[in-house]
Write a protein that binds this ligand. Sequence first.
Ligand code: DOR
Ligand code: ZN
Length: 343
Amino acid sequence: MITLQNPLDMHIHLREGEILKSVLNFSAKYFSGALAMPNLKIPLNDTNKVLEYKKDIENTTKELNCEAFTPIMSMYLSESLNKDELIKAKKEGIKILKLYPKGATTGSENGVSEILNQKICDIFQIAQDLGFILSIHGESNGFSMDREFEFGEIFEKIAINFPKLKIIMEHLSDRRSIDLLKYDNIFATITLHHITMSLDDVLGSGLNPHYFCKPILKTPKDRDALINLALSGSEKISFGSDSAPHLESNKLKQNGAAGIFSAPILLPRLCEIFEKNNRLENLQKFISDNAKKIYGLQNIPNKTITLTKEKYKVQDSILVGNDKIIPLLAGEVLSWKIKDTRN
Ligand code: DOR
Ligand code: ZN
């Protein structure tokens, strides 16, 4: 048995409308809080849009009877952001900016084309002065397996030029990125899928579109380096699932949507992995304590989750209208199960 205090998921796609209603309970029941990504159909690129979405999430948690959940909000960084808007956002409690390179992934059409141009650097300067955290989907537009590595030099330049700006490398996928954590102001999130799977799970025995995501799953060596980093409890690392639900119909279209829906299995599967590697004692840091420090989340209301070593079968799908979403490890049996949740 293990008891976890205040689990936090520092990178999640909760979507909107019907999908939000279908997926939110998986996070809101078992996590104290989660950082909601702003890449909606209309990107959340100003304060009002972010606040409206926050209300949507809060209303949905009420409908689902899981109100003991704090949505942590982020704002989509685009060239049109200015100082007044950033001051307004900060006043409203928004402290995370999410930067997508244009075209890098789902919902990044309104992202930034030239990350180090003057306009964006001015935004970084204001963000630094106001104490924002800059969260980045770090991928170039080069060869898929090298995209994160190639982006490394941009991380370095931002870290050096804005030494007081906290930068988060989202969803680490390449072992060559780990070295960048040597910069005092660079931190990272790590997903469940990047520490447990490799490219073979996507295309090693037939094509599995449900395991296609950005950044793409990489080699077993990358996976093993990242799992060791997560298991170490390093204070530089927070858990961020990047759970990203897509309707099956969109997954199966020729231009398959990128994203893995992992929300239904996160805590049991993490227990399984940390136990298997004899590191259960570090799970609390990975799942909550580190994030609290990095993002300054000391005042999140209390939530205690107890898990036991019991078999638990992952559901095959989650119905959404006439369509469905297929979760990570659909139909498989895990060896840990959530026993109890207390607020
Ligand atoms: O696989 C991904 N899916 N990576 C992202 O960066 C975005 C996400 C989504 O929104 O579907
Ligand atoms: Zn994401």
